[in-house]
Design a protein around this ligand. Sequence first.
Ligand code: GLA
Length: 342
Amino acid sequence: MTDQHFTVHAPGRVNLIGDHTDYAGGLALPCAIDLGVTIHAGRGGTDIQLTSDAFGGNVVINLTEIPEIQSLEPFWGRYVAAVAQECAVTEGFRGSVTSTLPSGAGLSSSAALEIALAVAMQFNGSQMELASLGQRSEHRAVGVPCGLLDQLSIVFGKRDQAMVIDFSDNAIDHVAFPEDLDIVIMHSGQVRELVDSEYAERRSMCEKAAQRIGPLATASLSEIATLDGDLERRARHAASECERVRHAAIALRGNDPATFGQLMLQSHASLRDDFDVSTSVLDELVDRLSQMPGVYGARLTGAGFGGCVVALCERNAIEDPNAMTGRGWRVRPSDGARVITE
Ligand code: GLA
């Protein structure tokens, strides 16, 4: 019984500046992008059955008896089961998941999948609740203690607008993204596994630092100097990154891409030197990009440890985004998750 067909879409996101700040109650400046995850299915029955060329393999979840999530295969079935539990859904659907987002690349393919699934399951709550549900599903599915950056960007995205997010109260300010600027993303070729990475360790270091000196988003250099070693460097990244986001928001509103680009380069250096989440491949890509005419700045985007770099450029400064690494995209800020047909 699969007669009532629907299509839902959730975009990925690119973070223009402000990484490893969300879980510290800080600031970030991302946008949703025109690459994403689409689910096309028909409702009926008590199973969710999904095929996917993008994520690989078939997922079958019996909603009357959801199995142990951590051992589900294929891997992406864990997200399906986790979102199904979070939504307490009872009606199944059968269909396919397609994706134009690379996986494990810092563009939030897993958050896009979670949010698309929750929309497919007709989650009935506010946009903020939808984002939180996505975050809880991530924790439930794979145990990554992520912040809310990905889910808020994906839910609240607006066409041609970036957003300044303040994670101290999850306030979102949309800012028009200039017509004459390009966002170019390049894949480093290094696939990142958040589960295996040191993400959780970085987060707990920031929490430890905050217990000693208070919220990192507003910590002063002298307060940070009372910490030592790695703790000092991690806290310095979080605090200085929030300050850069504040300046980047002013630069974007004032149509000053040159300043924005400089802040992106400083952000990359801080993620590399203080937060230790870059790789030599990402560093080299950022260096090469930043020397190209018409490129204002570049940085790693997302959690790091591989994945993608993002560059802010004059329109068409990079003619072929695929040329440098074989996988690149010119993206525009796009609308958030939505039902396409129901
Ligand atoms: C991942 C997490 C986010 C955020 C970024 C780093 O994308 O899911 O919550 O912490 O890393 O900024």
